[in-house]
Ligand binder design. Structure first.
Ligand SMILES: [Zn+2]
Length: 270
């Protein structure tokens, strides 16, 4: 039986610097090795693990562009090249049916963590704006309203703000696209999206709600999402909503967003 332990370390600021430097070097070595493998013409033999290590570590250290690789231990760098080899092995074995489970994709370039999040948010917001004429967002920090764990994780308080800015910027570049923001004070999780009955505040741990008025059983997030949509589209004429001072703000001010450097992503719409 294999046992997996998880540790949390508390490095000093100096150690953090050292670790970041090391992780950065590992990423570069991995990406360099991947670039070499990819540049091999079809039908020609790929370099061996040892040959790759020689190219992206030993010889690279002697060049001006990669001389800083000498500042970190060579062992984790060699491990990076081995990791790439393992990733390719998994890829080929999953294609030839030698490996159980789903198919594995080709190894990809390693990005910085912040870039991975940004990349994910870009893809998600591009898809959202591409597929929907109107996107309604709730003006709040963290709420896992989308039953998507990956997205929920990516939406930290900061991530949420970024996602919103990306949505707005992308909507502004495309005709017939609009992002609407509804106030965080709207009781989107306190009202039945079917009949409008207000059941009041419900603890976050309650994931499913049975409406005592109409008998509909709702998924908490699904119900809130429907209410957000209704509110954003101006479909809530109910007095229960308006007495809360509903404010629906429409975004679409090109002057305010023109400084956002998202033009490269907008190319995806073309
Ligand atoms: Zn109801």
């Amino acid at each position: 039986m294999k046992v997996r332990y998880q540790y949390r370390i508390y490095p000093t600021p100096q150690q953090v610097k050292g670790l970041n430097q090391l992780f950065g070097c590992c990423r570069v070595v991995y990406n360099d090795a991947l670039a070499i493998v990819r540049s091999v013409p079809q039908g020609e033999k790929w370099p061996s693990n040892a040959e790759l290590q020689k190219l992206v570590i030993t010889q690279a250290k002697k060049t001006a562009e990669r001389e800083w690789l000498a500042d970190v231990s060579a062992v984790p760098l060699q491990q990076s090249v081995q990791d790439l080899g393992a990733a390719f092995k998994n890829f080929f074995e999953s294609r030839s049916g030698k490996r159980k489970g789903s198919k594995v994709g080709l190894p990809r370039l390693k990005l910085k963590t912040a870039n991975i999040r940004k990349d994910f948010l870009h893809k998600t917001t591009t898809q959202l704006i591409h597929e929907n004429q109107v996107v309604v967002l709730e003006d709040l920090a963290v709420k896992t309203m989308l039953g998507n764990r990956k997205l929920a994780r990516a939406i930290s308080e900061q991530g949420w703000g970024t996602a919103r800015t990306m949505c707005e910027a992308k909507a502004n570049r495309v005709n017939d696209r609009e992002v609407r923001i509804i106030s965080r004070w709207e009781p989107t999780s306190q009202i039945c999206s079917d009949c409008g009955f207000r059941w009041g505040k419900v603890a976050l741990s309650v994931r499913s709600i049975l409406c005592v008025s109409c008998g509909t059983e709702h998924d908490r997030d699904g119900n809130a999402a429907k209410n957000i949509e209704k509110s954003g589209l101006g479909l809530t004429q109910d007095s229960k909503w308006t007495k809360n001072g509903r404010k629906t703000r429409m975004s679409g001010n090109p002057t305010a967003l023109s400084s956002q450097p998202y033009s490269e992503q907008i190319g995806l719409f073309a």
